[in-house]
Design a protein around this ligand. Structure first.
Ligand code: ADP
Ligand code: MG
Length: 272
């Protein structure tokens, strides 16, 4: 049975909801969520970043003190708190965050007997009185229940793809999961775009990977490519996005360009 399409009017928030997804770890999901979120906020959007990874890297990278995580994404998914109670300001103006704690790692097991377990976040977002324009969800490196919750709640997914030899490996599994989510949970889910990350212009392999990915996947791949840039990896240890740590570095420039592309692509998303 195909579930009824949801429309934004079913929700109390008019925000566009995008999940940053890839079941591989270390491909740039969190870096993208933080810096794309910051770039969108700097363009005047009111952004909410939901940290749905038990590692809580997005929360730490945005300077949310562990003591300020009393109400977290775990409480929201577990149904212990309304989403609005978990929203915290971050170190970035107009960028709020729902922080994560390690409690989240138990959610899969705890929710196993709930038939609606994949819709917990969707239900929380549908009823949350949010004033944000954009919600970004930073997913864990797995196609687990948390990622399913993110995809069930989202309008679209953004997929970071690392420029490495096996870049396309695993993508078919991700695409088939998206199709499964479309048929069972969220028929309106779209792929907003695929963003190539950690591009190394001194390495011929990166250019080769870009060419292969573009010829295989076509225009769903954003024009913007995120370079390998040490400033992007240093920024989280200063508890701030690269866009604040070094606004003119190549990584910051790339994420500003990605933000422009994400905004201009709205409404022209491709079907999965
Ligand atoms: P994921 O969330 O997919 O696991 P991260 O965003 O945490 O991936 O990135 C993995 C590691 O690579 C982190 O240490 C991060 O700082 C670093 N990193 C991410 N993107 C870049 C980049 N474009 N250039 C250099 N380092 C990066
Ligand atoms: Mg991450």
């Amino acid at each position: 049975m195909t579930p009824d399409p949801r429309t934004p009017s079913d929700r109390s928030t008019g925000a566009r909801i995008m999940a940053v997804v890839n079941q591989k770890g270390g491909v740039g999901k969190t870096t993208t969520a933080i810096n794309l979120g910051t770039a969108l906020a700097q363009r005047g959007c009111h952004v909410l970043l939901i940290d749905l990874d038990p590692q809580g890297n997005a929360s730490t990278g945005l300077g949310v003190d562990p003591h300020a995580r009393q109400t977290s994404s775990y409480d929201v998914v577990a149904g212990d708190a309304p989403l609005i109670d978990a929203v915290r300001p971050s170190s970035v103006e107009r960028l709020d965050i729902v922080p994560a704690t390690v409690d989240l790692s138990g959610a899969d097991v705890e929710l196993v007997s709930d038939p609606d377990r994949a819709r917990r976040l969707q239900q929380a977002l549908d009823t949350a009185p949010l004033s944000h324009d954009i919600v970004l969800i930073d997913c864990p490196p797995s196609l687990n229940l948390l990622t399913l919750n993110a995809m069930a709640a989202a309008d679209s997914v953004i997929v970071p793809l690392q420029c490495e030899f096996f870049a396309l490996e695993g993508l078919s599994q991700l695409l088939s999961t998206i199709r499964r989510v479309q048929s069972r949970l969220n028929p309106d889910l779209r792929i907003h775009g695929i963003v190539l990350t950690m591009f190394d212009r001194r390495n011929r392999l990166s250019a080769q990977v870009e060419e292969d990915v573009r010829s295989t996947l076509g225009e769903v791949v954003y024009q913007t490519v995120i370079p390998r840039n040490v400033r992007l990896s240093e920024a989280p240890s200063h508890a701030m996005p690269a866009l604040l740590y070094d606004r003119d570095c190549a990584g910051s420039r790339a994420y500003r360009s990605l933000a422009s592309e994400v905004l201009s692509r709205d409404g022209t998303t491709l079907a999965a």
